[in-house]
Design a protein around this ligand. Structure first.
Ligand code: SIN
Length: 573
């Protein structure tokens, strides 16, 4: 009897194995058919903001075929909403060195000095490049660029376009130019959900998913991630809906290093009444607006000698403290008093803010604009060098999604647009001079594991709301061990429940998984960084770091801390 059973078991095991082999073969064939590469490009760019568009234009001019993938319309990106402008040291008496000193000081000694110096040195070139793309800066009556002041700048050096619509004007001009380039294709409504590598570990394409859930792979000699930040991880943010940090999740899954992910910059003055939160540009404070609490008391100078132009983290926490002190967090805002402005001047100088206030029936020249801090800029991101190179051959990253050390632990206002214009040129030059691209290398079989679960849209929406709220409370301006630990526990359960390691069936589910992954990473790093530095403020460890270290994390690697070696002694003028 036993022999009969063991013989039967062997036969069953044999057929079971055979069955599995056949199933696996069929799955491989299905994958090849499902993800049959549809096209081949020299370079795939993920994201259609300013830095991605400049890369596309410059690569196309150099004769490279380029495809931009963007999960929404090409016109939708964080860049579009940039109000302030671009920092360039053009004022009399200003210099590269002074701009550098302000950048390093704001960056709280975590800046990579050589990266910062190089980007600032190229600022005049950036200015000329923008003009060559057809951009017309706002001028004074004497026909020189109108320069404004923003927080922590020792000189007025922010050039702007269309008053407070700098991002909109630059993005529009670049989209028009990219659309006229014969080598540039744009795939709208398509998200990249996986980076593909060849057998040597070099990136050689992407797996894309369109709005209908259709998936296909595309070969590429190089892939550039320029997909912007992750403000949507938080309930209150200046960022548009698309800013869910997808590019970081993509790079992380492919083995890229992430640097300083816990460094999230909050903007002090964001209006959130009657609609989506709206950035109220710092330039308004730079030109004289003042902050008052709901009792009508001006408070900024009692927190920092630079008052309304104190570094963003300091001013944001001052506003929080006023809200809590005076109102026990009930109304949730303070007022930006703009009564010192001439109405006609304000209307033409800040048309975006003016229009939004009128539409939302804000008594802007009376009580003032109700404002409170909101998540604004991801300082950390995919670790790169000055040229946008990551640790993975063939993978590049730039703009808000990248972390090259320019911003240190706190970004100086309007330095991000400068970086978005300078780095694409450095990246393109570096990409073009690398050894010949080889598109014929063997592609890796696209072995992707999908999450087959069906999720209810309403459930996802509710969890997402809870995630954003909990992130704001635990990963926001003021952090502490207890909140971070509780949050980490909750996030861990969420990751398991929604199979974060498996790919989503459509763009929305994948975005949701990316947001859980990133929240987890930020929470882990915020917990591990047991001191305060720049935008990272630990209530339980308020003392500043004793040495300046970057956090470095990658999939399957232990968290490490890397000393910022390029320290310089700051000299103040
Ligand atoms: C602003 O206009 O206040 C934002 C500018 C920036 O974040 O650099």
């Amino acid at each position: 009897m036993d022999r009969f059973f063991s013989g039967r078991a062997a036969v069953v095991a044999f057929f079971d194995k055979l069955f599995n082999v056949i199933l696996h073969k069929l799955w491989e064939i299905e994958m090849q058919i499902r993800f049959k590469p549809v096209e081949k490009f020299d370079v795939v760019i993920i994201g259609s903001g300013i830095s991605g568009l400049i890369c596309a234009i410059e690569l196309s001019v150099a004769g490279k075929s380029v495809c931009i993938f963007t999960k929404e319309a090409v016109t939708e990106s964080s860049s579009l909403y940039a109000q302030g402008g671009i920092a360039i040291p053009l004022s009399t008496g200003d210099s590269f060195e002074r701009h550098l000193q302000d950048t390093l000081k704001a960056g709280t000694s975590l800046c990579n000095v050589s990266v910062a110096r190089e980007i600032i040195k190229n600022s005049i070139l950036a200015y000329e490049k923008l003009i060559s793309y057809g951009i017309r800066f706002d001028l004074t009556d004497d026909a020189i660029p109108h320069l404004t002041k923003e927080a922590a700048h020792s000189f007025a050096r922010v050039c702007h376009i269309g008053g407070d619509a700098s991002g909109r004007f630059i993005t529009k001009a670049l989209i028009d130019k990219a659309c006229r380039e014969s080598n540039v294709s744009i795939s709208q409504g398509t998200a990249v959900i996986r980076l593909l590598k060849n057998e040597f570990g070099r990136i050689n394409g992407v797996l894309a998913c369109d709005v209908t859930g259709n998936k296909y792979s595309v070969f590429a000699g190089d892939v550039i991630i320029a997909s912007g930040g992750a403000g949507r991880l938080f309930k209150l943010t200046t960022n548009p809906q698309v800013s869910t940090g997808d590019g970081i999740a993509l790079a992380y899954s492919a083995g890229a290093y992430l640097q300083d992910m816990e460094m999230i910059q909050f903007h002090p003055t964001v209006m959130h009444v009657n609609g989506e939160p709206l950035l109220i540009t710092e330039a308004i404070r730079g030109e004289g607006a003042r902050l008052k609490n709901i009792k009508g008391e001006y408070f900024a100078t009692s927190y920092h000698k630079m008052g309304e132009l104190a570094p963003r983290d300091v001013l944001s926490r001052a506003i929080l403290s006023e809200i809590e002190k005076i109102e026990k967090a009930k109304s949730g805002f303070v007022y930006l008093d703009i009564s010192s402005f001439n109405k006609e001047y304000f209307k033409t100088r800040f048309p975006t803010v003016y229009q939004a206030c009128i539409e939302r029936e804000v008594d802007l020249f009376g009580a003032g604009i109700p404002v409170a801090p909101a998540a604004h800029y991801l300082i950390g991101g995919i670790k790169t060098d000055l040229y946008g190179k990551t640790n993975i051959p063939g993978l590049w990253a730039l703009g808000e999604i990248a972390s090259n050390g320019f911003h240190g632990a706190n970004r100086l206002a309007s330095n991000s647009l400068l970086e978005c214009v300078v780095v694409p040129h450095l990246l393109v030059e570096s990409l073009l001079t690398q050894k010949e691209l080889n598109l014929s290398q063997a592609e890796e079989m696209c072995s992707v594991e999908f999450d087959e679960n069906q999720y209810d849209d309403n459930d996802i929406e509710n969890i997402l709301n809870e995630l954003q709220l909990r992130n704001l409370n635990s990963l926001g301006l003021v952090r502490n061990e207890r909140l971070l630990r509780e949050h980490k526990f909750w996030l861990h359960n969420l990751s398991e429940k929604y199979y974060v390691d498996k790919l989503g069936q459509n763009i929305k589910i994948q975005e949701f998984k990316n947001m859980i992954l990133l929240s987890n990473l930020i929470c882990t790093l915020a917990l591990e960084r047991r001191h305060s530095l720049g935008v990272h403020f630990r209530q339980d460890y308020p003392a500043l770091a004793e040495s300046y270290k970057h956090s470095l994390i990658a999939q399957n690697f232990e968290l490490t801390w890397e000393e910022e070696k390029s320290q310089v002694t700051l000299c103040y003028f």
